[in-house]
Design a binder for this molecule. Sequence first.
Ligand code: NAP
Length: 303
Amino acid sequence: MKIALVGIGKIALAQHVPAIAASADWDLAATVSRKGTVEGIEAFTDFATFLAARPDVTVVSLCMPPVPRYAYAEAALLAGRHVMLEKPPGATLAEVHALTALAAEKGLTLYTTWHSRMAYAVAPAKAWLAEKTVTKCHITWREDVRRWHPGQNWVFEPGGMGVFDPGINALSVMTEILPKPVHLTAATLTFPENCQTPIAAALTFTGGVTADFDWRQEGPQTWDIEIETAQGPLALRMGGNRLEIGGREVAGENSIMGEYPALYARMAELVAQKQSDVDLRPMTHVADALTLGRRDTVPPFHL
Ligand code: NAP
């Protein structure tokens, strides 16, 4: 199937382009981006022009930040294209509900991707936990925003989600693997004086679940989910790519490179089956934290 990538920036070049190139399902037929291009691929700078010029490209994958994404997704669905959304799927929950309804009305596929759910060890962790009684779960997601988002000021603008931009990846794994649903009961959000979004967050959920997200961690980076069950401990490390059970490593890879190929395989399956896959649980937890959270203010922070 022919696909177009829209919003050629950091993640499109690092993950989407190689995943599509390695897939037998997909042919990268066009890009749409105001500045970015992919060598050898027809490049448009305007989305409406692309939609009119290339009716043969029936699938679009939207890789720009969340705030501008809705307008592109709506235009694509109105023009009869299947749509794949980067995470988080939108700037608000309501706009993704609107897209879901529009896709259903048009008989098109809408896929809200969660790349961390495709990490190597998430499916085996989910299978192991399915019959277990979880007594405690702690998530530590601490990374250096200057290292991973150099110059990406949108992360600290309204709708950029701040530390929830990576933190929502942890929540996507949590909602996938826990055998019972949980909901947020308290949150403390740390806002630098000059930022519209938090740089750190401490979350408490029902079911003994807590989370510590921080974007100020220099040196070693931490993406861990540690779970205690009545039948022993399980830990996911490296963003869900490595699995420990009973304190011993049992599965996984020290790499995130399996995640995007798995997303594109899933999108091919969804289009073939004329289905959508929309799961807003990770984003609901973020919205709840922003609704319920206490605010701490800290000195200004600059990328
Ligand atoms: P980015 O590099 O800052 O932005 C991607 C591209 O989107 C930009 O190069 C820009 O291309 C286009 N864009 C930016 N603002 C726009 C606007 N207002 N209207 C239209 N197009 C706009 O961001 P990114 O890091 O790739 O992240 C994009 C999405 O992927 C985010 O939702 C993020 O959470 C997700 N993601 C990122 C990472 C990561 O490590 N960076 C990992 C996984 C997922 P043009 O200027 O050429 O139009």
